[in-house]
Design a protein around this ligand. Structure first.
Ligand SMILES: [Zn+2]
Ligand SMILES: [Zn+2]
Length: 353
């Protein structure tokens, strides 16, 4: 049986570049939602998820046949009463809503309003019969928020563990997210090591079958550098039959995407196809220097181009009883792309031939 994990581009299948984490003037970002749309489209993007802090304002009016605005918000909770604010551990999570669902969950009428968000309080949609939602920084407290979002049908991502100062004992108990940020480019620009492969594998090795995304988390507000300095560096490439909200949202829920990194003037490595058949993983890629094949065991592989040359794919034979594998590409300038992890016992959910 052949499992098509990432199909080749065809008449029926396209790949769309997305920034799944973004801040605008609706919270503490510097650009308007319209500016963000124009600037991202100029850099080859088709999708932006607007995830302002603790405020969901619908941006469906920005959607047209070349651009999709996903609606969502970023929720946060953290340690309180710590003597030094800069040592506080926090947890940030994005909730991306399904189509035509603008309802906020875990809503508090007065707390957790960042930046300009207070101006939009009146437009927030939430269940008015519920009391204010009290957040608590603990595994139970975070899981309660994730559960509310899942009940509402959201796509839930766990954000920037490095910036949050969270480590294994913190995130170990988190349950139910759909994905985590393997790269948060805004944090990279600020100097954090946000190459979160190890954290991702911690989740996988606990049996949490989650995906990984790369995002910008752009605020575009650094006055000392170019205003776009935290944009266009971390992105998710979504495989879908169309750019409609429902098709893209389904592709997110079904893991039909990969993540990559680059710069405004350099597109990072690309997966062109990925399949599994008879314990063999085959992939085609853009020109890269190395392909890494990683698993839950002390059993990984790599394929590397001889110095000064590049390769455009690889094949890996699996000779151990692995639970999951994932692939990382590195291009000639060192930029990386990341596949999701694939669990061998659940490949049936992927199209087969
Ligand atoms: Zn955040
Ligand atoms: Zn953010």
């Amino acid at each position: 049986m052949k499992y098509i994990l990432l199909p080749e581009k065809s008449e029926n299948i396209n790949y769309y570049k997305a920034n799944l984490h973004c801040h605008s003037v609706i919270s503490d970002g510097r650009k308007t939602p319209e500016q963000i749309k124009a600037d991202y489209m100029a850099h080859g993007y088709s999708i932006v998820a607007y995830t302002d802090h603790n405020m969901l304002v619908a941006h469906d009016d920005l959607t047209d046949d070349k651009f999709l605005a996903l609606n969502g918000f970023e929720i946060d909770v953290g340690e309180e009463h710590h003597p030094k604010g800069e040592a506080n551990k926090v947890c940030h999570i994005c909730f991306i809503s399904p189509e035509n669902n603008h309802k906020m969950v875990c809503y508090h009428r007065t707390d957790n309003i960042w930046g300009n968000a207070a101006k939009y309080r009146e437009s927030a949609q939430y269940d008015e019969s519920l009391p204010d939602f009290i957040r608590e920084y603990s595994a139970n407290g975070v899981n309660a928020m994730i559960e509310e979002a899942k009940k509402n049908g959201c796509f839930v991502t766990y954000n920037h563990p490095a910036w949050s100062l969270e480590n294994y004992p913190c995130y170990n108990g988190y349950e139910g997210m759909d994905a985590m940020e393997i790269v948060n480019y805004g944090c990279v620009v600020e100097g954090y090591d946000d190459n979160n492969g190890h954290c991702y594998e911690d989740f996988l090795n606990q049996g949490k079958r989650i995906y990984c995304i790369a995002s910008d988390d752009n605020h575009n507000r650094n006055p000392d550098t170019h205003e776009d300095c935290d944009s266009y560096g971390g992105y998710t490439v979504i495989c879908s039959p169309s750019l409609s909200y429902s098709d893209i949202f389904n592709s997110l829920k079904n893991g039909m995407f990969y993540s990559s990194t680059g710069t405004p003037v350099h597109t990072g490595p690309e997966f062109l196809s990925l399949s599994y058949e008879d314990k063999k993983v085959t992939l085609k890629t853009s020109k890269v220097r190395s392909v890494y094949f990683m698993t839950n065991l002390r059993y990984c592989q790599s394929k590397n181009a001889p110095f000064g040359t590049l390769i455009d794919g690889a094949e890996f034979e699996i000779k151990r009883d692995i639970k999951w594998f994932r692939i990382v590409l590195v291009d000639e300038f060192g930029y990386k792309a990341y596949s999701n992890a694939y669990f061998i016992d659940s490949l049936d959910s992927f199209k087969s031939e």
